[in-house]
Design a protein. Structure first.
Ligand code: DGL
Length: 261
């Protein structure tokens, strides 16, 4: 038994879509969320830069006394998870990868789309996953242009967001695609708009949030580091940006907590 918190890290607000699933599935676990904010977006940056940010983030979470880190960011995972695991080899570090495997396994049309950042789609890790699981399935790669910035501004319900989503998703509609994988943790916040554009065309939208929470649950059991049954979970928020940004993160998370009650 271990009541220390789990650290969750993202470039900004996106990892809150993972935080939501962790909080829902593991109500006794305390969580410390680190939303970088200062260096966001990561999507167009180099592997070296992202690795440096991710290392600083995990250092900070370790200072806060976490027992495990969830890298709630596909981009930081593809760039840095190997390095992080090497550096903190005595602590479980869970990364996030686009749900290419379940999408490929269940695709009837044998064609899926993956929406992610430029960095993720070009990474070796993504290529390896696609090669491993795609088989005869064609994987169409698309950058969600502007999506991260919209979510960072809290503008995901705006007309501007709808136009951005339409621009990215509409071209996929006539392509005989039956799954759209959200390979960036910011994108689930645009899910209602994405599904609105898809309409009743029978295309399923898949993200990795729940699968990651299941993996964390499994690791807690495996290493016997889960919180005690009666532990009252605490939720904290830290950032490399200013206090206003940190408060926005906290506020957003509290809204999510209300939604999942
Ligand atoms: N949320 C991130 C991801 O899952 C990255 C967004 C960004 O900073 O570009 O890929």
């Amino acid at each position: 038994m271990d009541n220390r918190p789990i650290g969750v890290y993202d470039s900004g607000f996106g990892g809150l879509s993972v935080w939501r699933e962790l909080r829902r599935m593991l109500p006794n676990e305390s969580l410390i969320y680190l939303g970088d904010g200062k260096n966001c977006p990561y999507g167009g940056r180099s592997r070296e830069e992202i690795t440096a940010f991710a290392t600083e983030a995990v250092e900070r979470l370790v200072t806060e006394g976490v027992k495990m880190v969830v890298v709630g960011c596909n981009t930081a995972t593809t760039a840095a998870v190997a390095h992080l695991r090497e550096r903190w080899s005595d602590m479980p570090i869970v990364g996030l990868e686009p749900a290419v495997k379940p999408a490929c396994l269940s695709s009837r049309t044998r064609r899926i789309a993956v929406l992610a950042t430029e960095h993720s789609l070009q990474s070796e890790m993504f290529l390896a996953t696609a090669l491993r699981y795609a088989g005869d399935v064609e994987v169409v790669k698309v950058v969600g242009e502007g999506f991260v910035e919209l979510v960072e501004r809290g503008a995901e319900h705006s007309a501007e967001a709808e136009a951005a989503v339409r621009k990215v998703v509409e071209p996929l509609l006539g392509m005989d695609i039956d799954k759209i994988v959200l390979g960036c943790t910011h994108y689930p916040f645009l899910r209602p708009l994405i599904e609105g554009v898809i309409g009743d065309r029978g295309i399923a939208v898949i993200d990795s949030g729940e699968a990651v929470a299941r993996r964390v649950k499994w690791l807690l059991e495996r290493y016997d580091i889960g919180a005690e049954e009666g532990n009252v979970a605490k939720y904290r928020f830290v950032s490399f940006a200013n206090e206003e940004y940190r408060q926005r993160l906290e506020h957003r998370a509290m809204m999510i907590a209300e939604e999942i009650k």
